[in-house]
Ligand binder design. Structure first.
Ligand code: S3P
Length: 169
C-alpha cells in the first residue's frame, strides 16, 4: 500500500462503506474503523443523540477532530467515513494527503431503496417518505458532488467486491 497505508471509503449514506470496509480489512489483515462508531465511542452518545442535543454544526466539528485523530495514527487501516465527512472544512485535503480515497458512487434510485430500510438511525433522513428521500438525495448529491469527486478513485453503480478495491491500492 502507498503512503501511510490508510484507505478511506467515502460516499453517500447507504453506499455500503462499512460493509465493504470490514471485508477489505479482513482480507488485508488491517484494522477497520467506522468514523461514526469512533465518534459515538468518544462522545459516549449515538450520532442521533449528538444531532438532537448539540446540533449538526457541533457534530461536524467533532467529526473533523475524529478524522484528524485517526489520520495521525501510524497504523495501516481502512476507514469508512460518514456520508458528509468529505464535504466540510479541509477534510478531503487531509484525507488525500494521508492515504487513498475511494468514492462508492450510486444514483439516488439505488441509495433510496437501500436507505428506506435503514433510515431510523440517520438523523438527516429519518422522517422522510420514499418520494422525499429521493428528492433529498438528488439535492444532496448535487451539493456534495464537488467534494466527493476529489476522491482518487471512483467505483460507480455496482456491487463493489473486495477485489475491486484490492486492484486500486
Ligand atoms: C451523514 C451520514 C452519516 C452520519 C450522519 C450524517 C451525512 O453517516 O455521519 O448521520 O451527512 O451524510 P453514514 O454515511 O455512515 O450513514
Amino acid at each position: 500500500m502507498k503512503k501511510s497505508g490508510k484507505i478511506f471509503l467515502l460516499g453517500f449514506m447507504g453506499s455500503g462503506k462499512s460493509t465493504l470496509g470490514k471485508k477489505v480489512a479482513t482480507r488485508l489483515n488491517i484494522d477497520f474503523i467506522d468514523l461514526d462508531n469512533f465518534i459515538e465511542q468518544q462522545e459516549n452518545k449515538t450520532i442521533s443523540a449528538i444531532f438532537a442535543e448539540e446540533g449538526e454544526a457541533y457534530f461536524r466539528k467533532i467529526e473533523q477532530n475524529a478524522l484528524e485523530v485517526l489520520c495521525q495514527k501510524p497504523d495501516n487501516m481502512i476507514i469508512a467515513l460518514g456520508g458528509g465527512t468529505p464535504c466540510f472544512f479541509n477534510n478531503m485535503e487531509l484525507i488525500n494527503n494521508t492515504g487513498i480515497s475511494i468514492y462508492l458512487k450510486y444514483n439516488s434510485g439505488i441509495l433510496s431503496s437501500r436507505l428506506l430500510k435503514a433510515k431510523s438511525t440517520r438523523p438527516l433522513i429519518k422522517n422522510k417518505t420514499k418520494e422525499e428521500l429521493v428528492a433529498f438525495i438528488d439535492n444532496m448529491l448535487l451539493d456534495r458532488k464537488f467534494h466527493y469527486n476529489k476522491a482518487q478513485f471512483v467505483v460507480e453503480n455496482r456491487n463493489v467486491k473486495v477485489e475491486d478495491i484490492l486492484v486500486l491500492i
